[in-house]
Design a binder for this molecule. Structure first.
Ligand SMILES: Cc1cc2nc3c(=O)[nH]c(=O)nc-3n(C[C@H](O)[C@H](O)[C@H](O)COP(=O)(O)OP(=O)(O)OC[C@H]3O[C@@H](n4cnc5c(N)ncnc54)[C@H](O)[C@@H]3O)c2cc1C
Length: 455
C-alpha cells in the first residue's frame, strides 16, 4: 500500500532528496542475507539524530511500520520490511565522533562499518572486540542490534560486554541517552544491554559509546586434530577449564572437514574433528600461555598438534576454516545456517545429537564454530525440495535438543523473522510476557520492525 501523501510530504521535509520511492530503490532495500524479501514503500537515509526523532514521530502519527537497516547482512530476515512501510538505512550516518584512548572508548554513529572502525583504532593500539566475519561490510548499528560477535568473543565478549552507552529514539519518537561514558556505572536499569540484541524492535540507535581494549602485541596460532568429535569436545572443556583463555577456539566437525578438503585440497587435513586455537598476549608471557593451552589440547584422541612458527604457516593452518563457506555454497546454495549455543561441557552431546538427527532425517549437516563459547554453526545443506522439507522438520528437533541441553536458540545471529516461532521453546511464558510489556513501553503502537523477534 503506498504511503499517505501527508507522510511522504513530512518525510521530504525531513530528508529532502534522501527519500526514495522508486521501484529500483525499494527492491534494493527489500532483502537481507536470509534470502527473504518484502518491498518497503519508501527508503530514507538519516544523517542526524534529530531526523530520526522526526522520522519516528511521523511514522507513528500514520501508524506506518519503520524498519532500521545497517548493511542487510543479517541471516534471519531481521531487516526485511515484512509489513511494508519505511526502511531507515543508516549507511550515511557513519562518522566516528571520538576516539578517546585515555578513557578507552570511542563514540560512533551506527552506520560506521566494523572493519573501518578497527582500522581507525589500530594506530591507537586499541580495538573493539566484536569481530563477525562480515566485519568488512557490516555496521556497528547492526552489530549492536543483533549482539553479533565472532571468534574473539570467547576471551573478549560480545557487544553487550563492550558497549558503555547508547543514544537512541524509541517508538514514540522520544530520543534518549542510556549507559555511561565511564567503565563503571550503577545508576538504575541497564537500558544499554536491553537495546543490544533487540533487533530494532525497541528503538533506533543513533550513537554508541563503545568500550575499547588494548591490542595484544603478539598472537600464536595452533591447530589440533582429533580421532573423533567427542575427543575434540573434551579438549575444548579442558582448554576452557584452565586459567589461560584463548582468543579463538574454533571447532570443525568431520563432515565439514571432508567438504572443505574436497574444495581446497590437501591444506585441509582429514580428521574426526579439528580445533583452531589462537592465544594472544605480551611476548614475555606468550610462550607460557601457549604451553598451557597446548598441554590442555593434548589428551585421549589427539592425532596432531601444530603450532604455527610464521604468519604464512598460521594462514595455512586457517585454510580449513576459510574454505568452509564457499565449499558449502557449491553443494547447497539454500543452506540453513543456525547458530545454536550450549554450555561448553554439553558440546559432545550436542554434536552427537546432531549426527543422530542428520541420519534420521537424511539431511547433510555440517557443524563448526565458536566452541569456546559452546556456539556451533549448524548448517543444514538440503540439495532439493524434498531435502528442504526434511531439513525444516530436522531443524525443529535440533532446537528442541539444544533447549534440552540447557542451551539457547542463537549465540550471535539473533531471532529476526526466521526463528521467532521457536521463541516459546527457549523463553518461558512469564519472561515472554515481560518482553511484550517492554516492547509496549518502548513502542506503544508497534511500529518498530513489526513481525520480528517476538512470536
Ligand atoms: C558472510 C557473512 C558472515 C557473517 N559472519 C558473522 C559472524 O561471524 N558473527 C555474527 O554474529 N554474525 C555474522 N553475520 C551476520 C551479520 O553480518 C551480523 O548480524 C551483523 O551484525 C549485521 O550487521 P548489518 O549492518 O548488516 O545489519 P542489518 O542486517 O542491516 O540489520 C540487523 C538488525 O539490526 C537492526 N539495526 C540495524 N541498524 C540499526 C540501528 N541503527 N538501530 C536499531 N536497529 C538497527 C536491523 O533492524 C536488524 O534487526 C555474517 C553475515 C554474513 C553475510
Amino acid at each position: 500500500m503506498p504511503l499517505p501523501d501527508a507522510l511522504l510530504h513530512t518525510l521530504r521535509s525531513i530528508f529532502g532528496d534522501a527519500v526514495h520511492t522508486g521501484p529500483a530503490e525499494r527492491l534494493a532495500y527489500a532483502y537481507d542475507n536470509s534470502r527473504l524479501d518484502a518491498l518497503p514503500d519508501a527508503v530514507v537515509f538519516p544523517t542526524e539524530h534529530a531526523q530520526v526523532e522526526a522520522l519516528v514521530r511521523a511514522c507513528r502519527a500514520h501508524r506506518v511500520p519503520l524498519t532500521a537497516r545497517g548493511r542487510g547482512s543479517n541471516t534471519t530476515g531481521a531487516t526485511v520490511p515484512v509489513d511494508g512501510g519505511v526502511v531507515a538505512s543508516f549507511e550515511r550516518m557513519k562518522r566516528i565522533l571520538r576516539i578517546d584512548p585515555a578513557n578507552r572508548l570511542a563514540v560512533v554513529e551506527p552506520g560506521v562499518i566494523n572493519g573501518d572502525l578497527q582500522r581507525a583504532l589500530a594506530p591507537h593500539g586499541l580495538f573493539w572486540p566484536p569481530d563477525p566475519s562480515s566485519s568488512p561490510w557490516c555496521s556497528i548499528g547492526g552489530n549492536l542490534a543483533c549482539n553479533a560477535a565472532g571468534p574473539r568473543a570467547v576471551k573478549y565478549g560480545t557487544p553487550r560486554e563492550n558497549t558503555l552507552g547508547l543514544r537512541a529514539v524509541a517508538g514514540d519518537g522520544a530520543g534518549f541517552r542510556c549507559g555511561t561514558f565511564t567503565s563503571k556505572g550503577a545508576t538504575g536499569y541497564d537500558l544499554t544491554r536491553l537495546l543490544i540484541g533487540s533487533e530494532g524492535t525497541l528503538a533506533l540507535i543513533t550513537e554508541a559509546t563503545l568500550k575499547l581494549t588494548p591490542l595484544p602485541s603478539s598472537i600464536r596460532t595452533l591447530r589440533a586434530t582429533y580421532r573423533d568429535v567427542a575427543a575434540a569436545a573434551q579438549a575444548v572443556a579442558r582448554i576452557m577449564g584452565q586459567p589461560v583463555t584463548p582468543c579463538a577456539l574454533e571447532f570443525i566437525d568431520e563432515t565439514a572437514l571432508r567438504l572443505a578438503h574436497a574444495h581446497a585440497g590437501d591444506e585441509v587435513p582429514l580428521a574426526g574433528a579439528l580445533l583452531m586455537i589462537e592465544v594472544d598476549g605480551e611476548p614475555a608471557t606468550l610462550d607460557a600461555a601457549v604451553a598451557a593451552v597446548s598441554a590442555a589440547a593434548q589428551g585421549e584422541g589427539l592425532e596432531s598438534l601444530h603450532v604455527a612458527a610464521t604468519v604464512e604457516e598460521a594462514r595455512r593452518l586457517w585454510a580449513a576454516r576459510k574454505a568452509l563457506s564457499p565449499a558449502q555454497r557449491t553443494i547447497a546454495p539454500d543452506k540453513i545456517n543456525e547458530d545454536v549455543v550450549v554450555p561448553v561441557s554439553r558440546l559432545p552431546e550436542l554434536v552427537e545429537g546432531i549426527r543422530r538427527l542428520a541420519r534420521k532425517h537424511e539431511v547433510l549437516i555440517v557443524s563448526f564454530g565458536h566452541a569456546g563459547n559452546g556456539n556451533l554453526h549448524v548448517n543444514l545443506l538440503p540439495r532439493d525440495a524434498a531435502e528442504r522439507e526434511r531439513a525444516h522438520a530436522c531443524l525443529a528437533e535440533v532446537f528442541a535438543l539444544v533447549i534440552e541441553l540447557e542451551g539457547t536458540l542463537s549465540g550471535e545471529h539473533g531471532i529476526g523473522r526466521t526463528k521467532r516461532e521457536f521463541m516459546p521453546l527457549a523463553v518461558p511464558p512469564a519472561a515472554l510476557g515481560l518482553m511484550r510489556e517492554i516492547k509496549r513501553a518502548f513502542d506503544p503502537d508497534g511500529i518498530l520492525n513489526p513481525g520480528k523477534l517476538l512470536p
